[in-house]
Design a protein around this ligand. Structure first.
Ligand code: ADP
Ligand code: CIR
Length: 338
């Protein structure tokens, strides 16, 4: 394979003429065709993946394409069975940065979609607003450390919105990748954020997935952040029916978020290590992704990076949090040696 071929979005690389013929005329119940699935990759040739699903059926109807993408991204076979482990009693984890010198903050999120609606790329305005209502109703029943308030994006003044985004609590309008996928339609209607007063528990409604359930706080106490999130998921699962399959786990708009749909990250200062030529390879070996500090497709500032687990499918929630914990422990050790 040449260098140029390697840089193609996966959706383009794997969509052979044979597959195009096989998929011709196929449409999911929400009207999604193969052209819709790969539109983001076609319009954005710098996409890494370039494919979005509009419903559970997209993953079935276009499985020969998604299987390849999923195998390359998650290292997960097409006959794999996904298992979940939301327990917290077996975990043994120290705070990796008890003096709060290196880790600025820890955030763990999962994506979820309601089983009875189209996902963001194909949902109608009416249905998006119904999702919003159903989710708010479930969230309003939460108690204790999860009790919070819902803020609709439609009612929010611009200054408040920008501050919440800058402080890493709120999502921005989807980027050009999501725009091409159709996720930004009717912006900002039907979207909003639920959060506790201390902003350690947050739920985004109708961003890339119907829900992004988030636990975060300053410092490096990964275990505390994880426990809060598991409590929230266990509670919400009793009230909402999420799209799930035995093979792909939790179903998400983007195939990178299947399975646990979990991204566990720290914002960490690695000023020396990040300048070494082996930084990217080391993170890759530790199964970690590197992002900038304002989220996906943003840059680092002042040697602070967003480091998170890459694989989300074929591993349990417990596995994911250990990948982050062990990886960060190693990175802190390497930084200290320099
Ligand atoms: P997602 O995590 O949902 O895939 P992004 O990568 O766009 O989406 O991140 C969403 C927001 O969360 C961004 O503002 C990002 O800076 C913030 N964020 C991610 N990880 C952390 C962290 N460990 N601490 C503080 N903020 C974080
Ligand atoms: C892309 O294909 O590059 C975008 N649609 C984002 C893909 C998901 N994120 C990622 O792999 N880090």
């Amino acid at each position: 394979m040449t260098e140029i071929e390697k840089k193609l979005p996966m959706s383009i690389k794997y969509l052979t003429d044979d597959l195009k013929n096989e998929f011709a005329g196929k449409k999911t119940q929400n009207g999604f065709t193969i052209d819709d699935v790969v539109r983001s990759g076609v319009e954005n040739s710098d996409s890494s993946i370039g494919a979005y699903a509009a419903d559970a059926e997209s993953y079935q109807l276009f499985a020969p394409l998604f299987d390849k993408i999923i195998e390359e991204y998650h290292g997960y076979p097409k006959d794999g069975i996904h298992t979940s482990d939301l327990s917290t009693d077996k975990l043994l984890m120290d705070n990796l940065d008890p003096t709060d010198d290196i880790i600025n903050s820890t955030r763990i999120r999962v994506g979820r979609n309601l089983a009875s609606y189209a996902f963001a790329a194909a949902i109608s305005l009416d249905d998006r607003q119904s999702v919003e209502k159903e989710v708010i109703s479930a969230l309003n029943d939460l108690t204790g450390e999860l009790q919070g308030t819902y803020y609709s994006l439609e009612d929010m003044d611009e200054k408040t919105r920008l501050k919440l985004v800058a402080d890493h609590f709120l999502f921005k309008k989807g980027d050009r990748f999501l725009e091409s996928a159709g996720v930004n339609r009717d912006w900002p209607r039907g979207r909003g954020i639920f959060c506790t007063d201390n902003k350690r528990f947050l739920v985004w409604i109708n961003e890339e997935d119907h829900l992004r359930i988030i636990s975060m706080q300053n410092g490096g106490d990964i275990l505390m952040v994880f426990k809060r999130l598991m409590n929230a998921i266990n509670t919400l699962e009793k009230k909402l029916q999420f799209a799930y399959s035995g093979h792909l786990g939790n179903l998400s708009s983007c195939p990178t978020n299947l399975g646990t749909a979990m991204r566990a990250s720290v914002h960490i200062k690695l000023p020396k290590l990040s300048k070494t030529p082996s930084f990217k390879d080391l993170c890759n070996d530790l199964k970690l992704s590197i992002r900038g500090i304002h989220g996906e497709h943003s840059e680092s500032e002042g040697g602070v990076y967003d480091i998170s687990n890459k694989q989300r499918l074929g591993v349990s929630e417990n596995d994911v949090v250990y990948v982050l914990y062990n990886g960060i422990k190693r990175l802190i050790g390497e930084e200290a040696k320099l």
